[in-house]
Design a protein around this ligand. Structure first.
Ligand SMILES: C[C@H](O)CC(=O)SCCNC(=O)CCNC(=O)[C@H](O)C(C)(C)COP(=O)(O)OP(=O)(O)OC[C@H]1O[C@@H](n2cnc3c(N)ncnc32)[C@H](O)[C@@H]1OP(=O)(O)O
Length: 718
């Protein structure tokens, strides 16, 4: 039974245990829900059953509604049940309304619909480490099994809003503290504890509680309205264009103001509507695109390559990137050596790591008692002596080709002959970096994104000579430090920086032709990008941006736009966020503010390149600005696919979301492009190329797909 089932066993104690069986995470398909309904009705009718326990097979309750089923409904392949059947009839009427007590046993995880069926039970017993939460917003819907009504009644309104709107997953222990679960039990005693609890309720030794009837955690209406007001303001601040959190708040509010039944019905109607929203289709695409990242395409394994045990890792360079990488590694218990060139730089690097660790404590991600133990995994050094037994080195110095070449010569000399030699460069061709060594099979790119201990993506770059074992080793480390590894081929800029570069260039082109510099970042952040190209350039720093720009100029001279704006500012020691002044000016709190002085640099840049103001560009609408920034990115992504640098369009979707801050609710850069159509993008680029030159010239990949009305994500040659 491909879509899972539930099975029921009635014990001599009179407890029926209904178990959800749907590997790998017991997601709730319609077949499971039907089978659950059948088992429940049988248990309720049988005279030998006094109480019911709901559990999951293979050490977990459930990862929620089957997202494959959600996609099936969206594609019209699965018929959607009538509005209200799930949340009102099944979960509230049959489950919560059962005349025999129901207790859920939460092992491993109770997520989304999995937690919602638990909350409809009359008590919940959990293990201390189970993952518990309602992350439905991450797939573009709201909780649809009554979660919007029951969670506030169990944990109070502020906590419920935080958990639902931020898709926050908490551990069993915290759920117990909040009152979401009634008791904690060790895994091997979980089922017995739940059985006893069900009998205790049946025999009136414990109260029989229906979550929807509870109101002791709810606050008076006026207070609730203030909480909703702040939640809406916060949601609008986070994304002006994302309606989903606001819909969710409306549904929760309905239950508080008009009662839980009215809330349930509103939830049912909005849930049905949201399933078919563009945002949900886009986010479901992102969910499955993430699953497509592994196994790694393009690596010719001669058999399964078991990753080696990597214990000791050296990082060369303790700047912003190097210290972030060190932080990520020691937080995952790797022993790390940090090498710097002198005591001052080393101390600065170690200090940065300490600051990173402290911020982890502030965010509750690191226990204060663990600080010393974690930091003690790090050793600072000034030479290569201790590199003789390292398993992996990650070079993270500035983007200076000759410096990197020199370091790799030293690494080949001082590290064991099977050591992984990784570079954290964001753009420099690996062949160039390893040019002076004799070990191209061990050289690999480990492109982290700043701050490296927080950003989720790791772009793993391999040349045709990089050995599969070395790739497997780095993928293994990526998994241990909880990074999503996107594996790509080698060229200047790889996949991510190559996609970013044309967007930045287009932004500079528009400014040189008269568009207000701050309108650009404004338009693109309104579209949903986390940062505009200029704010991003400030955070990268102009030194590295100029070095990377030179690499692009050398590799792709015909499609580079050369602006003098950034070099002029760099000359004036105005080098970005680190120095407090870049395109923006930074206050003591690190807030970026526009600076009127920037106009002088723009004028100078225009004079040097002899560019004229273009009234059409000066007056571009926000939509046109977004298109002129992002269509060149899509065009470059097409080349990346054509050259086989990335294996699939969906890999570029994940990379654009996780590394470039592309809005996930738009499905990633390529999925968004396909929603507009290759033809539309091609026509726009063609017109701009005629007006403004080579930089906008459509790639042959895009032209072919536009001519044949094919999706950019369609696999294979055409
Ligand atoms: C009505 C309701 O309110 C609506 C809902 O419930 S919507 C769904 C809400 N649930 C979610 O969003 C959970 C999404 N899943 C996750 O966050 C994580 O997969 C998890 C925490 C459950 C498990 O994480 P982890 O152990 O790292 O395993 P992970 O690799 O992600 O997933 C394992 C497999 O389960 C699948 N899977 C996970 N959750 C799934 C789901 N809800 N539906 C279908 N398949 C799911 C994955 O696709 C993957 O499949 P594969 O082995 O074929 O690649």
């Amino acid at each position: 039974m491909e879509n899972g089932w539930t099975e029921m066993e009635v014990g001599a104690d009179g407890v029926a245990v209904i178990t959800i069986v749907h590997p790998p995470i017991n997601s709730l398909s319609f077949q499971i829900l039907e089978s659950l309904e059948k088992n429940l009705k049988e248990a309720i009718e049988r005279d030998d059953v006094k109480g019911i326990v709901l559990a999951g097979a293979a050490g977990m309750l459930s990862g929620g509604f089957d997202i494959g089923g959600l996609r099936g409904i969206q594609e019209g392949k699965i018929v959607q049940p009538e509005t209200g059947y799930l949340a009102v009839d099944l979960i509230t009427g049959i489950l919560e309304g059962s005349i025999k007590p129901l207790v859920s046993a939460i092992n491993g995880l109770a997520i989304g619909g999995g937690l919602e069926i638990s909350m409809a039970c009359h008590a919940r017993i959990s293990t201390s480490t189970a993952d518990i939460g309602l992350p439905e917003l991450t797939v573009g819907v709201i909780p649809g099994f009554g979660g919007t009504q029951r969670l506030p009644r169990l944990v109070g309104l502020p906590k419920a809003l935080e958990m639902i709107l931020m898709s926050k997953i908490i551990k069993g222990n915290e759920a117990h503290r909040l009152g979401l679960v009634d008791a904690i039990a060790p895994p091997d005693e979980l089922l017995d504890t739940a059985r006893r609890w069900a009998l205790d309720i049946a025999e009136c030794r414990r109260p029989w509680i229906k979550t929807l009837d509870q109101s002791d955690k709810l606050v008076p209406i006026d207070e609730a309205r203030n909480i909703f007001y702040s939640a809406r303001a916060q949601a609008r601040k986070q994304s002006a264009y994302n309606q989903l959190p606001l819909d969710c708040i409306d549904v929760i509010e309905e239950g508080i103001v008009s009662g839980s039944l009215a809330g349930l019905w509103k939830e049912a109607h909005i849930f049905q509507k949201l399933i078919f929203s563009a945002e949900s289709k886009n986010l479901v695409h992102v969910f499955f695109a993430r699953q497509e990242i592994l196994p790694i395409p393009g690596i010719n394994y001669s058999g399964p390559v078991p990753p080696r045990e990597i214990n000791k890792i050296a990082v060369v360079g303790g700047g912003q990137m190097g210290s972030g990488i060190v932080t990520a590694l020691i937080l995952s218990n790797f022993c790390v050596i940090l090498k710097e060139i002198d005591d001052n730089f080393l101390q600065e690097g170690l200090d940065r790591v300490q600051v990173n660790l402290r911020s982890q404590i502030e965010e509750g991600k690191l226990n204060p008692e663990e600080f010393d133990k974690t930091f003690s995994l790090l050793t600072g050094v000034l030479d290569y002596q201790s590199f003789k037994d390292v398993d992996m080195v990650i070079e993270a110095v500035s983007e200076d080709v000759s410096l990197k070449q020199q370091i790799f010569v030293e690494l080949e000399k001082n590290c064991p002959s099977n050591c992984v030699l990784a570079t954290a460069t964001s753009a420099i061709d690996l062949n160039l970096i390893g040019e002076k060594t004799n070990c191209p099979d061990r050289i690999i790119g480990a492109h982290f994104f700043s701050p490296a201990h927080i950003m989720p993506l790791l772009e793993i770059v391999h040349t045709p000579k990089t050995s599969p074992e070395i790739v497997a080793d780095l993928v293994n480390v990526a998994a241990k430090i909880q990074k999503i590894p996107v594996t790509v081929g080698n060229c200047t800029g790889f996949a991510v920086t190559r996609m970013l570069f044309p967007c930045t260039q287009s932004a500079l082109f528009l400014v040189d032709h008269g568009l207000n510099i701050y309108r650009i970042d404004n338009a693109i952040t309104k579209f949903g990008m986390q940062m505009g190209p200029f704010r991003l350039m400030d955070s990268i720093g102009f030194g590295d941006a100029i070095e990377v720009g030179d690499q692009f100029l050398q590799s792709f001279p015909k499609r580079c736009y050369k602006s003098m704006l950034i070099p002029l500012m760099f000359e004036d020691k105005r080098t970005g966020e680190a120095t407090g002044k870049g395109i923006y000016i930074y206050d003591d709190n690190g807030e970026a503010n526009p600076d009127h002085e920037i106009q002088n640099y723009i004028e100078k840049s225009r004079n040097i390149s002899g560019t004229q103001l273009d009234p059409e560009i000066v007056n571009l609408s926000e939509k046109e600005i977004v298109e002129m920034l992002l269509f060149p990115t899509i065009n470059e992504a097409c080349r990346i696919l054509e050259e086989g640098i990335a294996a699939k369009a969906s890999h570029l979707d994940i990379a654009s979301i996780m590394a470039l801050g592309f809005p996930a609710f738009r499905g990633g850069a390529m999925f968004w492009a396909d929603s507009l159509g290759a033809g539309y993008i091609h026509t726009k680029l063609e017109n701009w190329a005629k007006k403004y030159g080579n930089f906008f010239e459509p790639s042959s990949f895009l032209a072919e797909r536009a001519a044949k009305s094919l999706a950019l994500s369609a696999q294979g040659s055409i």
